[in-house]
Ligand binder design. Structure first.
Ligand code: C5P
Ligand code: MG
Length: 213
């Protein structure tokens, strides 16, 4: 009998999900993904990789051929071509595993578009689940404008925020919905305070992954 596999391309992912744990962390801009990831890192020893942070670092890296492309996409709230982001994530995972031995990853702000999801699971590593932070737009906008006072981010302004929300609804929510249809989404209401959201996060992850996730 031929081996059965979800991977129809014949590509073997770089990392086996039996060895490496990947949780995708999604939610609209300002939903609190980074805040919650910091707490999970503190208590459960995940490595936190933010796709947005990796893109901003690549944008600023002297000699990067993608600097201007990334800068334009971020300013306009558009999705950077997936090859760039998938490669940055794979490199960061490999470096983390090689230098620290850590094999548990929170991949924050990714996948934001269906092609990123498919490519990553095909060539890098199938994800265990999607942790989705659900937050009303008005609350996210309030948080982003507040953060914009000190973040120095080129996209924490009213115009970029509007574009980021549109991309989230049109391009990123379909990714969450697709994973949800597969029963792979853990949804957390992100409206409350960070402490309250974190308590709910731990509870739901325990339900999905067991006590010592
Ligand atoms: O997650 P964060 O808000 O830091 O992302 C900032 C920007 O980086 C996004 O608005 C988008 O332009 C880009 N990005 C992307 N693909 C991702 C994550 C971020 O293109 N998976
Ligand atoms: Mg973030």
């Amino acid at each position: 009998m031929p081996p059965t596999t979800a991977n129809t391309s014949g590509t073997t992912p770089a990392f086996s999900p039996a060895d490496v744990t990947v949780l995708f962390v999604l939610g609209g801009p300002g939903a609190g993904k980074g805040t919650q990831c910091s707490r999970l890192v503190r208590d459960y020893h995940f490595k936190h990789l933010s796709a947005g942070d990796l893109l901003r670092a690549e944008q600023d890296r002297p000699g990067s051929q993608y600097g201007q492309l990334i800068r334009d996409c971020i300013k306009n709230g558009e999705i950077v071509p997936m090859e760039v982001t998938v490669a940055l994530l794979e490199n960061a995972m490999r470096e983390t595993i090689d230098t620290t031995g850590t094999k548990k990853f929170l991949i924050d702000g990714f996948p934001r578009k269906m092609d990123q999801a498919v490519k990553f699971e095909e060539v890098v590593c199938p994800a265990r689940l999607v942790l989705f932070y659900d937050c009303p737009e008005a609350e996210m906008e309030r948080r982003l404008l507040e953060r914009g006072k000190t973040s120095g981010r080129a996209d924490d302004n009213a115009e970029s925020i509007r574009k980021r929300f549109r991309t989230f609804v049109e391009t990123s929510m379909p990714v969450v919905d697709a994973y949800d249809r597969e029963g792979r989404v853990v949804k957390v209401d992100a409206t409350a305070t960070p402490d309250q959201v974190y308590a709910a996060t731990k509870e739901k992850l325990k339900q999905a992954l067991g006590d010592k996730f």
